[in-house]
Design a protein around this ligand. Structure first.
Ligand code: SF4
Length: 459
């Protein structure tokens, strides 16, 4: 029997696709394990799949490192490389001596068949698959499975992007925006509930575009509405949503219904209007500030997470300051801070005014410090409050305690019995440790459902 290992870099959609590959192989009786950097020779492996990312130069470099490490740890394994880097730079990857086979995004779902057709022990080389152009790719519906490893499975309902932000390689790697058929998305959410899960994380490359390509056109708001009306699942979380696509329909639903998690991850990228324009982002700082203020005034307990891209070409000290001030002033709960690096194949890679690496590093550090302050302040606002948390199916490795996650994305460790696992439980946030770790208490251990959401005061 073949032994397969897989390593995934990058976004949630890439992770989801890796899980889909693993699940298909599992259905064929082939076990897939995670490839760890510390893997050592001696552990016989037949195939290593490296599911690459190329969103930044660093991601590409880490993908190449993962390939080399895999070959070092498992010299006899065949190395299959797929993902966005494989789609955009196949020749670069084919030139690496460690690589046996490069497979593009459109053919990724065929990897299990490829491995099954070419089993372990068979010396035959993996047959090359022609790399398809992603421009007119169809939505690749994954098999009707859920995650084997998560209490909160992802469901990819959208792929691709038409936005062409000037720094981003993703539209070239994943093609045009396309959606899972509406009824199928609804049915899959129901299937996830039927399989015993309480939460689903809806994901996509440009999730807010869900449904726009369908006939008749639908929207993410429509889908969320149907999910709540049909009580298709207890909780729905959005992985990330562009500012202009977080519509009133979605916000109204989140205000009225406990089903929609009050957790909104919104990419800002820059708080400077000139930079936003250069990035080809369709909003300005004021629009973003209004949106965040509106969310907070309607849902003071909402967790609002923000992406920032630091050091875009032309980012002066003043422009950086504008980003810093905007984030500082708004009720943002956490930050993901990405240092800009020029990406070959994107317009911004050719822009004048590239910011020196040392400046980007320093600004990134300042921004991350602000992110830590914001997160700590958000957690402090929830101390001693009652909320409910989904208790994960595995205990925290270090402490042995239960791990829960609240609707507004607060991770909490709790004492309690195994019977609470994979249930929604009322919890009280009790303590924030020096390490930032949050401890809570089960308010009513053993109760499977708890109906009242936290009533959290504004800060
Ligand atoms: S919206 Fe912009 S940043 Fe996001 S995937 Fe599309 S092009 Fe990239």
């Amino acid at each position: 029997m073949s032994k397969i290992k897989i390593k995934t870099l990058g976004c949630k959609v890439n992770q989801y696709e890796a899980e889909t590959i693993a699940e298909k192989l599992a259905q064929a009786g082939i076990q897939v394990n995670a490839l760890h950097p510390e893997d050592a020779d001696g552990d016989h492996v037949d195939v290593c799949i490296i599911n690459t990312c190329t969103v930044t130069q660093k991601a590409s470099m880490q993908s190449r490192q993962a390939i080399r490490r895999a070959k070092r740890a498992h010299p006899n394994a065949r190395i299959i490389v797929t993902g966005c880097y494989a789609q955009t730079q196949p020749q670069e990857l084919k030139a690496l001596e460690e690589v046996d086979c490069v497979i593009g995004q459109a053919e990724k779902h065929l990897i299990p068949e490829l491995i099954i057709a070419c089993p372990a022990g068979q010396k035959k080389k993996l047959p090359p698959l022609p790399l398809q152009n992603q421009t007119n790719a169809k939505f690749d519906a994954p098999p009707p499975i859920i995650s084997r490893h998560r209490s909160r499975p992802f469901l990819k309902i959208q792929d691709g992007c038409d936005a062409f932000c000037t720094y981003c390689i993703v539209p070239y790697a994943r093609g045009r925006s396309r959606s899972m058929p509406f009824d199928e998305a609804l049915a899959r959410v129901g299937a996830i509930k039927a399989a015993g899960y309480h939460e689903v994380v809806l994901s996509g490359i440009h999730l807010g575009c869900f449904g726009q390509d369908l006939t008749p056109p639908r929207s993410l708001g429509d889908l969320l509405h149907q999910i709540t009306v049909a009580q298709a699942i207890d909780r729905v979380r959005l992985s990330s949503i562009e500012p202009a696509e977080l519509t009133d329909t979605i916000l109204d639903l989140a205000v009225k219904s406990e089903t929609i998690c009050r957790h909104f991850h919104i990419p800002l990228q820059s708080g400077d209007d000139a930079i936003l324009k250069q990035m080809h982002r369709p909003y300005d700082g004021r629009f973003f500030a209004d949106l965040v203020t509106r969310i907070h005034s309607r849902m003071p307990d909402a967790c609002i997470g923000v992406d920032t891209l630091i050091g875009f070409p032309g980012e002066t000290d003043r422009a950086f300051e504008n980003t810093y001030r905007l984030v500082e002033e708004l009720p943002i709960a956490y930050l993901h801070v990405f240092p800009y690096s020029p990406r070959k194949g994107t317009p911004a890679g050719e822009f004048a005014g590239q910011v020196p690496a040392a400046t980007i590093k320093a600004r990134t550090r300042v921004m991350r410090a602000l992110g830590r302050q914001k997160r700590a302040a958000f957690y402090r606002r929830h101390l001693h409050l009652e909320t409910r948390a989904l208790i994960e199916a595995r205990r925290d490795r270090a402490s042995g305690r239960l791990k829960g996650i609240t609707g507004n994305y607060i991770p909490v460790l709790l004492e309690g019995p195994d019977s609470c696992m994979n249930t929604l439980q009322p919890v009280r946030i009790e303590k924030i440790g020096n390490d930032g770790q949050i401890s809570g208490r089960l308010s009513n251990p053993g109760t499977a459902h708890y109906q009242s959401e936290a009533n959290c005061p504004s800060h």
